[in-house]
Design a protein around this ligand. Structure first.
Ligand SMILES: Cc1ncc(COP(=O)(O)O)c(C=O)c1O
Length: 376
């Protein structure tokens, strides 16, 4: 099997340890255990601390602990712990789902641009992949008339991602239902990558209910990485019909066997007490959104953007005559600022910006970006 190189991951790992101002990260500013303890009720901190110290570090339950699967199942309609598989990040959830669902010659429709895995893995599995673009001259949105044309009776799977990486576009409740109608008419699966679920902010849109619970062949993928600032736990999951959980679990036996035990315990608490973390997220995103709005207004001669509707990602369209990979490399190497190249998403002339990181770093990073762009 041939795997295309994961352009964004390669670029990020090239620079992430060398820069001072990383303003393209796709998650909220990471929490330390100490930060987390400050956000949790005292009694919960006591219990969690004890669990971290006393739990024997054996292998964990293969599907994820019942406690975590229950906490997750409760966040979806019509879902029990048997409908949940806890995975090593959403990246493993997606990988297992594609491996379970897609065979050589299958037809798959995937959103574009995309977190590259969503397109590359079905292609690696030998699928015929058609792309549904969300980037149009008049804005970022999912053209469902185009989706209707792309999907056919032999289509096996529709892959969506909402809120969207990298544009910050989002499907509405009605649009999600329309996608379900299209899928149902063609009896195909929907994989909805909801890695940015729960990332809402004042003035932004409300994120509609997940795909799971809308459609018998609808699958929702989630993660603690983006909304909770704990990507280092490497905990993701999917919610799906039980036969899909069983099929993916069978593949997972060969890959990672079970989630990391301590991560599972911490993730359970994070999911249960998520409201405390949301307030922190909203404050960070609100501050950065204000900084970015002012910056784009004051530097209209250098760059423009469409702010995210939810989530925390957007594309900056710059005006300099330079390709995005060279620009991103030079910004990182010469100015210490990390803005991911749009080339990694097939979007030349753009850089991906993330508004979830430390507000001071974000402000300084944008100032340095303006200084650098002026030299070009
Ligand atoms: C859309 C999308 N899906 C999945 C992932 C994987 O996230 P993780 O494996 O950290 O849960 C990412 C990470 O950037 C993403 O943007």
């Amino acid at each position: 099997m041939h795997y295309e190189s994961f352009a964004l991951e390669r670029w990020m790992t090239r620079w992430e340890l060398d820069v001072t101002h990383d303003i393209c990260e796709s998650g909220i500013k990471p929490l330390s255990i100490e930060d987390l303890f400050e956000l949790l009720p005292e009694a919960v901190v006591g219990d969690l601390e004890k669990a971290i110290h006393t739990t024997p570090l054996g292998y964990s339950e293969a599907r994820g602990t019942l406690a975590l699967r229950k906490a997750l199942a409760d966040t979806y309609a019509d879902t029990t712990p048997d409908n949940i598989l806890v995975t090593t990040g959403a990246i493993e959830a997606n990988f297992l789902l594609f491996s379970a669902l897609v065979e050589t010659g299958d037809h798959v429709v995937v959103v574009d641009p995309a977190y590259q895995q969503l397109q590359s893995i079905p292609r690696s599995l030998g699928a015929e992949v058609d792309l549904l673009t969300v980037v149009h001259g008049d804005g970022n949105y999912y053209d469902l008339a185009e989706l209707r044309e792309l999907v056919r009776p032999t289509t096996k799977l529709i892959v969506i991602n909402t809120p969207h990486n990298p544009t910050g576009a989002m499907l509405s409740d009605e649009e999600l239902n329309e996608i379900v109608d299209i899928a149902r008419a063609n009896d195909c699966w929907i994989l909805s990558d909801e890695a940015y679920r729960w990332i809402e902010f004042p003035g932004g849109a409300k994120i509609p209910a997940p795909m799971r619970g809308r459609y018998e062949k609808g699958i929702s993928v989630g993660t603690v990485s983006k909304p909770f600032g704990v990507p280092g736990l490497r905990i993701g999951w999917f919610a799906a019909p039980e036969e899909i959980v069983q099929a993916a679990w069978g593949i997972r036996d060969y890959v990672s066997l079970s989630p990391a035990k301590l991560s599972d315990i911490i993730a359970t608490v994070v999911i249960r007490y998520r409201e405390a973390i949301f307030a922190r997220n909203a404050a960070i995103i609100e501050a950065n959104l204000e900084t970015a709005t002012t910056w784009f207004r004051d530097h209209a001669e250098l760059a423009s953007w469409t702010p995210p509707r939810a989530g925390l990602l957007a594309m900056m369209r710059y005006r300099a005559d330079i390709d995005s990979t060279t620009l991103a490399d030079r910004l990182a190497g010469e100015a210490g600022v990390m803005l991911a190249p749009g080339d990694a998403f097939g979007m030349p002339g753009t850089l991906r910006i993330g508004i979830g990181q430390d507000p001071q770093i974000f402000r300084e990073g944008l100032e340095k970006t303006a200084e650098f762009l002026r030299t070009l």
